[in-house]
Design a protein around this ligand. Structure first.
Ligand SMILES: Cc1cc2nc3c(=O)[nH]c(=O)nc-3n(C[C@H](O)[C@H](O)[C@H](O)COP(=O)(O)OP(=O)(O)OC[C@H]3O[C@@H](n4cnc5c(N)ncnc54)[C@H](O)[C@@H]3O)c2cc1C
Length: 372
């Protein structure tokens, strides 16, 4: 039996993939599945807008983006929930010459990776997104990117997991790992001991805190707080995801325009603050004055799971039977499909070139327990 700790997009995605490959899987979730960072996110699928072209992380991100259409369709068929994928391009707008030249370089880097990206002159960017207003200088269009409704994706995964026979135990509080000197024995929850030969730590921002992990197998994962808000817009206002300096704007089919996100070092504090919301509104209104009269309908905050080198941890650790899939920081929604496959492959002893830079063993933990 395989136990997956954490029922976010990462844990549920892994559980679904493992069940598909024939494993008996149980997910233990401290709170409610799909309600932590996976619920708080904006759902952008944006590796090139994020400037990841040319980094060691690019291949893994590109793979996950490519998997998305079939992934969403498969989950819809398996569990009946459509996560509403839209790959209709992301516009990143420039308001100063400095921003424009940095964006042109980003377009060039993406093109060198073979990605469809274009620099748009002022009139082209206004034609594409008229709300961008009078002061925009130009912008970059990354055509192969877009968004998914991450809250619906969480529901789609939970439903597809149930259809595949995955047992999801939610609301049981924080679960601890149980291991002896050599290997994993199982996990301990409020309801008692659950034996397991394999445990996957997919506990997001809490992954570094998991009780019972021996010191040599611990990984440094820490929370990075993000606050967001939603405005009620008329449907014609904005068509695609748009980045402006200091904020991004994500139009949803239900008429909400998401505005995100702050990046704060605030430990596990998820309060929405006046200063956080003001900074987002200042950035959004400066770029798109037409937002001024829209109703503010929702505010929230979540915790990105970050790692010191900016890459997730994905795969086997120095403790036999203990696997980690955490630290996806700003890109966990994007990376859910590729993570699920790579972790299931790692359980079968397979690691390919795109996933290799993400090994938890990159920190120098001795692989002796794995080899023995
Ligand atoms: C404001 C904001 C905007 C974002 N926007 C984007 C975006 O546009 N695109 C993108 O790709 N990514 C985005 N992200 C990042 C993305 O949300 C995360 O990388 C991703 O959701 C991480 O998923 P996860 O399953 O690892 O963590 P989570 O969704 O946080 O799930 C972890 C789960 O583990 C549970 N848990 C913790 N400890 C235990 C324990 N001991 N036992 C059992 N369960 C436990 C928690 O209750 C939680 O449900 C954003 C994040 C934030 C906060």
């Amino acid at each position: 039996m395989i136990v997956v700790l954490g029922g976010g997009l990462i844990g549920l995605g892994i559980a679904y993939e493992l069940a598909k490959r024939g494993a008996e899987v149980r997910v233990l979730e401290a709170g409610e599945p799909g309600r932590a960072a996976s619920w708080a996110a904006a759902g952008m699928l944006a590796p090139y807008t994020e400037g990841l072209a040319g980094t060691p992380f690019e291949a893994f991100c590109a793979r996950s983006l490519a998997l998305y259409p079939a992934y969403v369709e498969e989950l819809r068929e398996a569990g009946g929930v459509d996560a509403r994928l839209k790959i209709d391009g992301i516009v990143r707008a420039a308001y100063t010459e400095t921003e424009a030249s940095a964006l042109r370089a980003q377009v060039d880097a993406a093109r060198q990776s073979g990605v469809e990206a274009a620099w748009l002159e002022r009139r082209e960017v206004v034609r594409a997104e008229p709300a961008l207003g009078p002061n925009v200088l130009g912008g970059a269009l990354f055509a192969g990117e877009g968004q998914v409704d991450n809250r619906r994706l969480g529901r789609a995964l939970a439903s597809a997991c149930a259809a595949r026979g995955v047992r999801i135990d939610a609301g049981g509080g924080h679960v601890a790992l149980e291991a002896d000197a050599r290997r994993v024995r199982g996990v301990r929850s409020r309801d008692g001991f659950v034996p397991a030969s394999v445990v996957v730590n997919a506990t997001g921002a809490w992954a570094g805190e998991l009780a019972g992990v021996p010191p040599e197998a611990r990984l440094p994962v820490f929370p990075v707080k993000g606050q967001m808000l939603a405005l009620a817009m008329s449907r014609a206002l904005m068509r695609r995801v748009v980045w402006v300096p200091g904020a991004y704007l994500v139009p949803r089919d239900d008429g909400r325009l998401l505005v995100g996100a702050t990046v704060e070092d605030a430990a596990f504090d998820v309060r929405v603050t006046a200063g956080g919301i003001r900074s987002l509104l200042d950035a959004a209104l400066a770029a798109v004055p037409a937002l001024r009269d829209l109703a503010l309908v929702e505010t929230w905050a979540g915790l990105r799971p970050a790692s010191p080198d900016g890459l997730p941890y994905l795969g086997a650790t120095s403790l036999e039977g203990y696997f980690v899939a955490a630290g996806h920081h700003r890109n966990g929604v994007l990376l859910a499909p590729a993570t699920a496959r790579a972790l299931a492959d790692a359980l079968e002893g397979k690691v390919d070139d795109a996933a290799r830079p993400l090994s938890p063993l990159r920190l120098g933990a001795p692989p002796s327990a794995l080899a023995s």
